[in-house]
Design a protein around this ligand. Structure first.
Ligand SMILES: [Zn+2]
Length: 440
């Protein structure tokens, strides 16, 4: 009979924090950009094999996933394929019939360039004033180190879980996660509940993600010497008209759907801007200052919150309609139609089921550990949690540490927050899966 208490678990996690930080440091040094995740997975294979379960390692197969409603071809898949890009999972079988749980983290991190913008070394983490700096400390190798430390703590305290616990690390979240979390779900890793420790910044809990679409509009013009502009058709000018119409659409959409509160909780600046249609690139092939542009290519990212009640097909239709309305009004474009291509990110938004027992349990433990009030956040960016919540009805919040400069220079995680994250993870494993023997 175990006489360990919840407090013992939390104390043990705090006292052994150096082990978590050392492991995080090792994981950061294993550089793992999207498409080139393997160095980090090698570290994790070694670590996860210490836990007595068998290690499952697999490369995703795009053709197995293609018919899934959440599928799209990610950019790293198009560039690298899935060969040599492994997902890793281990399941520790429960000794009873408690519910199952998965802890899932992505190992890919975004490129730290320009490195000279960093004061710290992105690949050689250092600790300064309660923060650890390095690429991936916050997003999200910190969260992975936390759940591993949480489980190691339970082992050291001889706490046996009654339900199965899966620990898994996946690829390409930053590019849409299709070959990562979706591949894991389709391989059969469908637990009763899951946590992805993206850096929600406890006591903030991640509850939602945005729908995201990338698209490219190629606008034809007619090149001519700029001295005889009247002989040509300026493709950039036509592109600007389309851009303006899309900007207007974005404003109308924000008026129509109003604010999404978890987004405003995340960034007060999100007020009035829950949907974001952004032009991210414009190219004029063969541009020459004395030539009327003969072609313009614009790229856009569209994001919208779950409260809009639209899936990616709905939004594609609206965007296509806006561009068509510009074309219909323009004599040149009617006969010289712009081309719209959808590429890269293509995701539906999601929101967790707030009535689920698991969500309630996570909130209780988060409050108990941090002493703070829960704040729901999310809905501005896309993330892996959507696969669990949206397509499999598996409740999956993000419960992760506080940090800063994600995707930027001098990314860091706050160590106190990382410790709290591990404590919440451990308590949730114990409460959700149940224990063999009593816990005080
Ligand atoms: Zn992330």
């Amino acid at each position: 009979m175990s006489t360990t208490s919840r407090q013992d678990i939390c104390t043990h996690i705090e006292q052994n924090q150096d082990r978590m930080l050392d492991f995080l440091s090792e994981l950061i040094s294993a550089q793992s950009l999207p498409g080139e995740e393997q160095p980090a997975q090698e570290v994790l294979k070694d670590k996860l094999s210490e836990f007595g379960g068998s290690i499952d390692v697999w490369e995703p197969d795009a053709d197995d996933l293609r018919d899934h409603p959440g599928f799209f071809e990610t950019t790293p898949y198009q560039e690298h394929g899935y060969e040599g890009r492994e997902n890793v999972a281990t399941t520790i079988d429960g000794n009873g019939d408690g519910p199952s749980l998965a802890m899932s983290g992505h190992v890919d991190v975004v490129n730290p360039d320009p490195i000279d913008a960093w004061e710290h070394d992105p690949w050689n983490p250092d600790i300064d004033d309660g923060r650890m700096y390095g690429r991936g400390t916050m997003d999200m190798k910190g969260g992975i180190a936390a759940f591993i430390h949480a489980y190691e703590t339970l082992r050291e305290l001889d706490i046996e879980l009654a339900g199965d616990l899966t620990l898994q690390t996946t690829i390409e979240e930053e590019a849409g996660g299709v070959g990562g979390v979706l591949s894991a779900l389709e391989r059969g890793y469908q637990p009763d509940a899951a946590i992805i420790p993206e850096p929600s910044g406890v006591p903030k809990v991640g509850v939602a993600s945005a729908g995201v679409l990338y698209f490219r509009v190629t606008v034809p013009g007619k090149p001519a010497h700029a001295a005889y502009k009247f002989l040509g058709v300026d493709a950039v000018d036509k592109a600007f008209q389309i851009h303006q119409a899309l900007e207007n659409y974005n404003d109308e959409l924000n008026e129509r759907i109003g604010d999404y509160q978890p987004a405003v909780n995340q960034y007060a600046e999100a007020e009035g801007s829950s949907a974001n249609l952004t032009i991210t690139d414009i190219e004029v092939p063969g541009s020459w200052t004395s030539t009327v542009p003969g072609k313009a290519i614009m790229e856009f990212r569209m994001g919208w919150p779950p409260s809009a009640g639209m899936n990616r097909n709905d939004v594609r239709e609206e965007i296509t309609g806006v561009i068509d309305s510009v074309v219909r009004e323009d004599d040149w474009l009617v006969d010289n139609q712009p081309e719209i291509e959808w590429f890269g990110w293509s995701t539906d938004p999601h929101e967790i089921d707030f009535r689920s027992d698991f969500y309630e349990l996570v909130c209780e433990n988060t409050t108990a550990v941090t002493g703070g009030d829960i704040q729901r956040r999310g809905g501005l960016g896309g993330n892996d949690e959507r696969f669990y919540n949206r397509y499999y009805d598996i409740p999956c919040p993000s419960v992760g540490p506080n940090g800063g400069n994600g995707h930027g220079a001098d990314e860091y995680v706050e160590i106190d927050s990382l410790i709290e994250t591990a404590q919440i993870h451990a308590l949730t494993m114990v409460n959700w899966c149940g224990t063999v023997g009593e816990l005080e």
